[in-house]
Structure formats: structure tokens, C-alpha cells
Design a protein around this ligand. Structure first.
Ligand SMILES: [Zn+2]
Length: 481
């Protein structure tokens, strides 16, 4: 990839386009350690904005941050049977350290339920200690053979919420509440429409009672799981002895939930909004929302134009926007545009001598369209433009997803769809493991969710797409990342 060649068009090879777009935006880089990635400043800045927004939402819903060790005694993982079975193939184990073999091997955390609930057992005594609502920002390691930047890497960054409750109803409310938080974040910040619902038993988290997910459809019509929340029941509480004195004076095990989203969302953002020029950042998550480019030919023009550009940037910064002035010398405006477009900056303000004379700047949207904004109404004009870009990105992604969704599919349609363009296929499901497995083997599509009520079809499908028996629940199938 070079500036002259541009990046691979999406229609030619979406996967190559994705890698080109990530590299061109300087979001990430390959690392000398196979399976790992380097997150570059441009990518990390997006992650920081994601963190800030989510962290605020977590705190607004009563959660507090804490930090637990990277290493987990191997015996901890083995205490919950399904959990260890689910994660065993992916764990990295430290057997030697400090120049000698360890008495007990240490697992590098693939997720932290076990070590956190070991602490919960010490902290929780009475129903008055509940609910306990904790979140951790951390890195985790799940060994991967085939990796993709952001989407699938051996080490990644995430947050994991871990909570304890007095009963099933309260744990269920929490799992649902956090699913709602993830949905709101996806829609309002990432401009990424999602469907929510419960996972089938074969797709649920190892050790959970129920797993809920938010699912988005990428431009290649493959699904991405953007976040999951789990009602863990009392499985872990029993394994780790997390008990409490009930209000009635008895003794009971707590009910746990856990929930997480990761740097994978950056991959989702790229694949939801990017075009053949590169990535497009939704304004609310754009590290640079506005780039100001002074345009001049003579030294005289340069002086006046640069002064106005500086004043424009200052008033926008004062207005609360993230702004850069690109005053680099010896570089043509076109080359600057190309660079900022590749980084997905939503709005570019061009300040030329004619604009200065007219008391305006020229605003070019990354999503297309150019229009002047008068300097007198600059802050408001920029605010309106960014809001429109944010809303437009969401609407375009939603229209695209709906265009790639089919409801009430038959077996033949499901097979043809997954062999062809892909997308979300809504259909009846008997709930049988046999059908789920057969569909996965025949079409490579999995049940993404059993959709929540507002996403379901009316009337509900009558028969299972695969076996023709009565449908007990509607399902959404797609090929997934
Ligand atoms: Zn069936």
C-alpha cells in the first residue's frame, strides 16, 4: 500500500481493505510477537474516548473500578467445570519464573471471574454488602492461531464488569441493564446499530446461566459481537464459596453477573463506517473532530490566513471541540486532505484568502458535501455539521443493515443467503441443538441472538427453518467475525 496506489477497494477484497484502512489511519501495527498487536496513538486515542464514555455510564449505574492480578492460580480456573473446559484451549500458563519452576502454575487471565470471586468471598458477608458492583479495565490473553488487527488478537484490552446480587431477579436486572448500556454506547457513540437478545446455550459464555449480546452487521454482511453480558447464576459463587447472611438470617450463595466489551469495537467501528478512502470516525469518538487547513500562495496570504486559522481553532477548542491546525509548510493542501481523510477526521475546515475576505471558512465533510460556514456563527455551525455527520452515519449503517436483513427465511433462502451475500437471516427455530449444529455445518452461519421483542418479526415465524417442526423462538443467523 502506498499513497499513489491508495487502498484496496471494499468491493474487491473487504478483508484487504480492512487491513489497509487500519494501517492507513495508523490505528495499529503488527508486533514481533505472533498474535499480538501494537495499538498506535491514533487507535489508542479512539480507545480512550470509548473508555471515557463507557466509564461514565458504568459509574452512572453505580459501578466502581478496581484492579485484580494478571496471574490466576491454575487451580482457580479448575473450580468451575464448564469455565475451565471453555477456556482451556486458549490459556497461556506460566510454569517457570524467578529462575525456578513454580509450585503451582499461573494462568495469564483469559477473563477474571475466578480471581475476582475469590476476593468477593472475603468481602461479602451480609445482604447489606449487596449488590456489589465492580468494573475492571485490563488486558487479557486468549491464545489465537489466526489473528486480525483489533478483531482477533491473543492479547487485547477490555473492561470486565463483575457483580454480586441477593437473588436471580436482581442479577437478571443487572445483566439486562448493562446490555442496555452497551446498546446505547453502540448506537449513540459508535453510530453503530445493533440488535440485542439472548444467546443459545451453545453460544453462551463458559459457566454462565444465560448470555446476552449486542450484534452489529458489518459492510461485508458478517456479524460482529460487540459486547456480551452474562447472568452467571450461582455457579461461580458455589465454586468460590461466595455466601452471605440473608435478611431472614439464613445463608445463601450470591448471584453473579459479568459483562465486557473490548478493543474489538474499534474493528467494528472501522468496518461499519469506512469507505474506499479509509476509516470514518463518528464525531463523538473522533480523536480529532475538526482539522483546520490554511491555504495560501504568497507569504502575505500566509500571514493573514494562518492568523485566522489559529483564531478559528481557538474558538472551536473553547467551544469544547477536539481540533488540530495543519500548518505544516512545504506540503500541498491536497496531500494534507488525503492524510486527514485516511484518519477519518469527520470535518475539515479550509481557510483561504477568499474565505478570509468573506468572513467564512469552507467546511468539507468526510462523509461528503462541502459548504461555507460564516465565522460569526462558527461554533454553532460546526456543532450542527458534526451532529449531522453523527446522525447520518448511524442512519446509513441502519439502512445498510436493514437492506441486508431477510425475515421469515426458508431453509433454501437461508442456505442461498449464506452462500451468497450474507446478512442477518431471521427465521423460526425449534430450539434443537441438532438443527443449530446442522445449520452451522451447512452454512457456516451461527445463531447470533434470539432477538429481544422489539427486533422480532410479526407475525412470528411458525416453523423451524431447518426441520419444519413448530418454531418455539425466532433466531437471527449470520456468519460472524
Ligand atoms: Zn429445527
Amino acid at each position: 500500500m502506498s499513497q499513489e496506489q491508495g487502498i484496496t477497494p471494499r468491493a474487491k477484497d473487504f478483508s484487504a481493505w480492512y487491513n489497509d484502512a487500519v494501517m492507513r489511519a495508523e490505528l495499529a501495527d503488527y508486533s514481533p510477537v505472533r498474535g499480538c498487536m501494537v495499538i498506535r496513538p491514533n487507535g489508542y486515542a479512539i480507545w480512550e474516548l470509548m473508555q471515557q464514555a463507557l466509564d461514565r455510564m458504568f459509574k452512572d449505574t453505580g459501578h466502581r473500578n478496581a484492579y485484580f492480578p494478571l496471574f490466576i492460580p491454575q487451580s482457580f480456573l479448575e473450580k468451575e467445570a464448564e469455565h475451565v473446559e471453555g477456556f482451556a484451549p486458549q490459556v497461556a500458563v506460566v510454569t517457570r519464573a524467578g529462575g525456578k519452576d513454580l509450585e503451582e502454575p499461573l494462568v495469564v487471565r483469559p477473563t477474571s471471574e475466578t480471581i475476582i470471586y475469590d476476593s468477593f468471598a472475603k468481602w461479602i458477608h451480609s445482604y447489606r454488602d449487596l449488590p456489589l458492583l465492580i468494573n475492571q479495565w485490563a488486558n487479557i490473553v486468549r491464545w489465537e492461531m489466526r489473528t486480525r488487527l483489533f478483531l482477533r488478537t491473543t492479547e487485547f484490552l477490555w473492561q470486565e464488569g463483575h457483580t454480586a446480587h441477593v437473588d436471580e431477579a436482581d442479577a437478571e436486572r443487572e445483566a439486562r441493564r448493562m446490555l442496555g448500556v452497551y446498546r446505547r454506547f453502540a448506537e449513540e457513540w459508535m453510530a453503530m446499530p445493533v440488535i440485542t437478545g439472548v444467546k443459545t446455550d451453545s453460544e453462551k459464555f463458559a459457566g454462565a446461566l444465560r448470555t446476552y449480546g449486542v450484534e452489529a452487521l458489518m459492510q461485508d454482511n458478517k456479524a460482529i459481537q460487540a459486547g456480551t453480558t452474562h447472568n452467571l447464576g450461582q455457579n461461580f459463587a458455589k465454586a468460590f464459596g461466595v455466601q452471605f447472611q440473608t435478611a431472614e438470617g439464613g445463608l445463601d450463595h450470591v448471584w453473579n453477573t459479568s459483562w465486557g466489551v473490548s478493543t474489538r469495537m474499534i474493528g467494528g467501528l472501522v468496518m461499519t463506517h469506512g469507505d474506499d478512502v479509509g476509516i470514518i470516525c463518528p464525531p463523538r469518538l473522533a480523536p480529532v473532530q475538526v482539522v483546520v487547513v490554511p491555504i495560501y500562495r504568497s507569504d502575505e496570504e500566509r500571514a493573514s490566513v494562518t492568523e485566522v486559522a489559529g483564531a478559528v481553532a481557538k474558538s472551536l477548542k473553547d467551544g469544547g471541540f477536539r481540533v488540530e491546525v495543519d500548518a505544516r509548510e512545504g506540503m500541498k493542501p491536497g496531500a494534507k486532505y488525503y492524510q486527514w481523510e485516511g484518519q477519518g477526521v469527520p470535518l475539515r475546515l479550509e481557510v483561504g484568502p477568499k474565505d478570509v475576505a468573506k468572513g467564512q471558512v469552507f467546511a468539507a465533510r468526510r462523509t461528503g458535501g462541502k459548504a461555507p460556514i460564516p465565522l460569526a456563527g462558527l461554533v454553532e455551525g460546526v456543532r450542527v455539521a458534526l451532529d449531522e455527520i453523527q446522525a447520518g452515519l448511524y442512519q446509513a449503517a441502519r439502512d445498510r443493515r436493514e437492506g441486508a436483513s431477510r425475515r421469515g427465511v426458508s431453509k433454501e433462502e437461508l442456505v442461498a443467503m449464506m452462500a451468497g451475500d450474507g446478512g442477518f437471516a431471521y427465521g423460526g427455530f425449534c430450539g434443537g441443538q441438532d438443527c443449530e449444529t446442522a445449520i452451522k455445518e451447512s452454512t457456516k452461519a451461527t445463531v447470533r441472538v434470539l432477538p429481544d421483542e422489539e427486533f422480532r418479526s410479526t407475525p412470528a415465524p411458525a416453523t423451524c427453518v431447518w426441520c419444519g417442526k413448530p418454531s418455539v423462538v425466532e433466531a437471527v443467523w449470520a456468519k460472524a467475525y
